[in-house]
Design a binder for this molecule. Structure first.
Ligand code: ATP
Length: 390
């Protein structure tokens, strides 16, 4: 149905008149059909990047190409791109049909043709029964779908979406997330989607671009970013609850940490040697890597255990989160400080460890628990650069 487009950002930079460099040599190839997510903390340059693709901001340096053609100087309306914003501003006095059809009216598409396109868009968005209603008589999710309808009705080359779900409540956000994913797959329209929400990024994107202070930190599939984060920032950003970080000292084929002495597995030793790892490092362990030792049978191989009182226990139904306060576990790192500030996850790098336990765990708050983890599941980071050495 829709045409598709390849979007290439070639060392794109945005320098505002006051000298702020909001986006710094940003390079990315967005393939035909691809769903790309730009994610990162507030102020990292996501919206500015999207606005440059849309033509709403000038590009200071670098080249933007759509389907191989330079479009830096092309006016927004001639780029054949549709944008969906956070505030979806529908016209209250117009019906759903008129709202969805508005871009066609501007483009002077004839009425019969327009009606056909409106009805197709409405069918895709499950809005057919509401075509004659006005926005005031719609739910928040329906209104958001009308805004999407306005974007898809012209069959543009690409969609740009800037936090389109952030005005919806949590439940509706999840519903709309799956609708957006379904619609994008069905239409196959190249999409660049901005969010600061890592769950949205993980669930929607074919590939995710993680940004920090105008710079790309890492580009990869959700699985790649989760399994192989290049640095502390990405490791702390992706995954919920966040990865735990503790200071470690490499000595005698092991790393000493507040969680005990973690023996170096062959894999980890080899990569640490290859990177000439310093003695003092930061060890990262995902909450999912831990288990109540009482539930771990011998088949899972040798593990490391530590025992500590459970500070807080959260039962989520399918899993339990046990939090531990540990002394001397604080990690001092500018890379993590920024995440704490911006993502509202205050505990990153703090002296608190969060573990995800099987729901069968019998532990109670305040009790001592022996916790198990696999020494091969850790990541090891270089403290000053934040680089992942494993
Ligand atoms: P958020 O998630 O909060 O919307 P963002 O990642 O989309 O943030 P941008 O809006 O792209 O970030 O802003 C990137 C940086 O550029 C910020 O530091 C911001 O203060 C700065 N900035 C944005 N607009 C201007 C402007 N007109 N003049 C100067 N600086 C600006």
């Amino acid at each position: 149905m829709a045409t598709v487009a390849e979007i290439v950002l070639d060392e794109i930079t945005k320098r505002f008149p006051d000298g702020t460099v909001a986006v710094d040599k940003f390079s990315l190839d967005v393939a035909d059909h691809e769903f790309i997510i730009l994610v990162g903390p507030s102020g990292c340059g996501k919206t500015t990047t999207l606005n440059m693709i849309a033509g709403l901001e000038d590009i200071s340096d670098g080249e933007l190409r759509i389907d191989g053609k330079r479009v830096n100087e092309v006016a927004p309306r001639d780029r054949d791109i549709a944008m969906v914003f956070q505030s979806y501003a529908l016209y209250p006095h117009m019906t759903v049909r008129e709202n969805i059809g508005f871009p066609l009216k501007l483009a002077k598409v004839d009425k019969a043709q327009a009606n056909q396109q409106i009805e197709e868009a409405a069918a895709i968005l499950d809005l057919t029964p509401y075509l004659d209603r006005k926005p005031g008589a719609l739910s928040g999710g329906q209104r958001q779908r009308v805004a999407m309808g306005r974007a898809i009705v012209r069959s543009p080359k690409a969609f740009l979406m800037d936090e389109p779900l952030s005005n919806l409540d949590a439940k509706l956000r999840v519903q709309m997330r799956t609708s957006i994913s379904r619609i994008q797959k069905r239409l196959g329209t190249t999409t660049v989607y901005v969010t600061h929400d890592q769950t949205e990024a993980m669930t929607l994107g074919d590939r995710i671009v993680i940004m920090r202070a105008g710079l790309i930190q890492q580009v990869g599939s959700p699985q790649e970013l989760y399994e192989d984060p290049v640095n502390l920032f990405v490791a702390g950003f992706i995954g919920s609850p966040s990865m735990n970080f503790v200071p470690g000292t490499i000595a005698d084929n092991a790393i000493d940490t507040v969680l005990g002495r973690i023996p170096l597995t062959d894999r980890i030793r080899t990569t640490l040697d290859a990177h000439e790892a310093p003695r003092e490092v930061i060890v990262g362990i995902r909450p999912e890597a831990f288990e109540d030792a009482a539930l771990v049978d011998g088949s899972r191989g040798a593990g490391v255990t530590f025992t500590a009182p459970v500070d807080i226990l959260e039962s989520m139904g399918s899993v339990k989160y046990a939090y531990f306060s540990l002394e001397n576990a604080h990690v001092d790192s500018e890379h993590l400080a920024e995440l704490e500030r911006d993502s509202g996850t205050e505990e990153i790098g703090q002296a608190q460890i969060v573990t995800e336990l099987d729901a069968r765990s019998q532990v109670r708050e305040g009790q001592n628990l022996e916790v198990w983890f696999d020494p091969d599941s850790i990541d090891v980071f270089e403290p000053s650069s934040g680089a992942n050495l494993t």
